[in-house]
Design a protein around this ligand. Structure first.
Ligand code: QUE
Length: 330
């Protein structure tokens, strides 16, 4: 592998600015360099009349983007390097806000994994295309973190209680479910993606081009569980949520899977996520990102985050030992 290749390339093709994520060894997980390269490209194209729209894609079909640089944030947290923590998350969340307010069409082509930070560079754009190979998730409660990158703004705005379900459990959803709940805007079969990309890179106006290629999404794996999601995830707190899942008799297998996901998650992460989504429901994106930044700076130094990243990415034993939260009474 050519380790000197840039992890992000940016070029202009017939009026379309193309950002390509190319760090396949880390499933395009966003490190600070990648965040800076994407930001530079978007800033330089913002006022450039030669660039009419932006497309972001992956150079490899395996993953669009697996998340953020949580290994580096774990290391920084462990050595008490708050400047590195602040520098990284400030840059990432500023990029999320830049995309949300971008004055030109911004289209993400999601074919493969898009999780955490990968949703941060897609969901805030004007169009998100998914294929049948797309897998979307906000899996942070499984690593002792919390749904960030503006998730406290967009999750509470998904239909009903779906955002609480996604953010608390970290459940992975496919392309059809992503369109159904609004995380994605267009469903395009993977077989048609090369032709769509060619049309966009030939300078086709994004909106009509996307409409031309969009297909009806098949029935999603989420559709059959929506009623149970509403029954359970409208609970006012975690205890009531677990009670409702335990009492769920219509969608029992789903309730057991969901209880298992909550049982595997960091108790601290679940508590933080519940509060964050409730508060985010009434806040604008900038306020949500500021709240997430303040929280990320603290969580980066928390034992559950260090343990969660260890179990998921370093030792890969997937057996994190969480700290009790709240602290046990004496
Ligand atoms: C939760 C996360 C992330 C995760 C797993 C989680 C995340 C992230 C990665 C990841 C995956 C593969 C890599 C890599 C990072 O995994 O944010 O470097 O090669 O980046 O459960 O939030």
């Amino acid at each position: 592998m050519d380790t000197t290749a840039p992890p992000v390339t940016a070029r202009v093709s017939a009026g379309t600015g193309v950002i390509e994520l190319d760090r396949p060894s880390a499933l395009n997980a966003l490190d600070l360099t990648m965040i800076e390269l994407i930001t530079e490209a978007l800033e330089s194209w913002r006022g450039d009349p030669a660039v009419r729209s932006v497309v972001i894609r992956s150079a490899s079909p395996k993953a669009f983007c697996a998340g953020g640089d949580i290994r580096a944030m774990r290391d920084a947290g462990l050595r008490g390097d708050d400047a590195a923590v602040l520098g990284y998350f400030s840059a990432e969340y500023a990029l999320n806000a830049l995309i949300a307010g971008y004055p030109k069409p911004y289209t993400a082509l999601i074919d493969g994994y898009a999780m955490g930070g990968g949703l941060g560079v897609s969901v805030h754009g004007s169009a998100r295309v998914v294929t049948e190979r797309a897998v979307l998730a906000m899996p942070e409660t499984a690593i002792g973190f919390f749904p960030d990158i503006g998730a406290s703004h967009f999750l509470p705005r998904l239909p009903g209680a779906v955002g609480w379900y996604l953010g608390l459990t970290g459940v992975r959803i496919g392309g059809a479910a992503a369109v159904e709940c609004g995380l994605a805007t267009h469903y395009v079969p993977a077989a048609d993606l090369p032709a769509l990309e060619a049309a966009l890179l030939a300078g086709g106006a994004p909106a009509p081009t996307l409409d031309r290629f969009a297909a009806a999404a098949p029935r999603s794996g989420l559709a059959g569980h929506r009623a149970a999601v509403e029954r359970c995830f409208t609970a006012a707190d975690l205890g009531a949520l677990r009670d409702r899942l335990a009492a769920e008799d219509t969608d029992r297998a789903w309730a057991d899977e969901t209880l298992a996901a909550l049982a595997a998650a960091s108790p601290m992460s679940l508590a933080l996520t519940f509060d964050l989504l409730r508060d985010g429901a009434g806040s604008g994106l900038e306020e949500c990102l500021a709240r997430e930044l303040a929280l990320a700076r603290r969580v980066a130094h928390a034992p559950d985050f260090h343990e969660g990243v260890r179990a998921a990415l370093i030792d890969k034993d997937r057996a994190p030992v969480w700290s009790p939260y709240p602290l046990p009474a004496m």
